[in-house]
Design a protein around this ligand. Structure first.
Ligand code: NAD
Ligand code: UDP
Length: 322
């Protein structure tokens, strides 16, 4: 059977999670399975970790479907929720196949919206702070339209995600589909792929191996880092609400990349030195979510500070290294 004809035969399934082998998809699926729910995880393993899948497969209520969402997916049974997380989130990874990144966000999102329509399921989308581009408003509120360069290397992700939001708006208004969008700000923690090039895992890996810490550009650019447990709490609230969004989910604590590097050196007790490498292409200079809407509509705010979250992530990375 071709992947495009993949069929699942399970009447009990309630949640379908795309990107289930990835960092956030696996953490979210685990949370749902631990709550006794049934989860069908869909992934093409483009950037997902097999170890994440192994953890999920320990639950009898988990089923895995190896499928690329740019192809239509036939699923038997009934789903109450379609959770769309499939898409590489690390810049080096979405550059590996940029046309595919665009297709995952366009054709892939459309296929999952069609599935939600068929099942009359609530459709949940993981959008991104990248829709704000290199923001001129700071911190970023959901009402800010962004400052995105449409014609450049990075736009395969940014514009892909913006297209997905536009498509979801149409499905909601034309077909009365129940939809909810969150915009995720940099999230980190256990079950990330330590080799996928994102800053937190790169720096921890380098620090644990006593290698140079590669700060790209001046290191004065900022990010707001959210620990994964907080992010999953926010997702769970959004999924199980009637909110349309988009709603920012992130930690408003803002740190420069140099501050992050120094903190990781301190927490690991590493002898690593900081070196400066070429700045990333179209790199946003600063990013910080305004989370007033998440507080007001979802009663959500993050609880884990950067130092505490980094300590947990460092312990996890030491554990998987051994
Ligand atoms: P990830 O790369 O760890 O996981 C993405 C998963 O999607 C992988 O398992 C990958 O194999 C799968 N996938 C990719 N393309 C696919 C396709 N066409 N068909 C089927 N599966 C496919 O990334 P993540 O950090 O877990 O991000 C999950 C979602 O959250 C993404 O949509 C991302 O854009 C969004 N997001 C994440 C962050 C973050 O900081 N982690 C920030 C903003 C937005
Ligand atoms: N970054 C860095 N060194 C690395 C990886 C990333 O200095 O080894 C920087 C990157 O240039 C960016 C920030 O860290 O300014 C966050 O990068 P990441 O790829 O984690 O996420 P995103 O750019 O999507 O926010």
């Amino acid at each position: 059977m071709s992947k495009s004809q993949s069929t699942i035969n399970d009447q009990r399934s309630t949640y379908l999670t795309t990107g289930a082998a990835g960092f956030l998809g696996s953490n979210l699926s685990l949370r749902l399975l631990e709550g006794g729910h049934e989860v069908v995880g869909v992934d093409n393993l483009q950037t997902g970790r097999r170890q994440n899948l192994e953890e999920l497969k320990k639950f009898p209520k988990f089923k895995f479907v190896d499928h690329d969402i740019i192809e239509p997916l036939k699923v038997e049974g009934s789903f109450e929720y379609i959770l769309n997380l499939a898409c590489p989130a690390s810049p080096p990874r979405y550059y590996q196949d940029p046309v595919k990144t665009l297709e995952t966000n366009s054709a892939g999102t459309k296929n999952m919206l069609e599935l939600a329509l068929k099942h009359r399921a609530r459709f949940f989308q993981t959008s991104t702070s990248e829709v704000y581009g290199n923001p001129k408003e700071h911190p970023q509120r959901e009402s800010y339209f962004g400052n995105v360069e449409p014609y450049c290397k990075r736009s395969c992700y940014d514009e892909g995600k913006r297209y997905a939001e536009a498509l979801i708006w149409q499905y909601r208004h034309l077909f009365k589909l129940d939809t909810g969008i969150i915009r995720i700000f940099n999230t980190y923690g256990p079950r990330m792929d330590p080799e996928d090039g994102r800053v937190v895992t790169n720096f921890i890996r380098q620090a644990l191996n006593a290698e140079n810490i590669t700060v790209q550009g001046s290191g004065e650019q900022t990010r707001s880092f959210c620990y994964v447990d907080d992010q999953i709490d926010g997702m769970m609230k959004m999924i199980h609400s009637e909110e349309e969004g988009p709603i920012n989910i992130g930690n408003p604590g803002e740190f420069s990349i140099l501050e992050l590097a120094n903190l990781i050196i301190k927490l690991t007790g590493s002898k690593s030195k900081i070196i400066h490498t070429e700045a990333a292409l179209s790199d946003p200079e600063r990013r910080r979510p305004d989370i007033s809407l998440a507080k007001e509509r979802l009663g959500w705010e993050p609880k884990v500070g950067l130092e505490e979250g980094l300590k947990k992530t460092i312990e996890w990375m030491k554990m998987i290294k051994n």
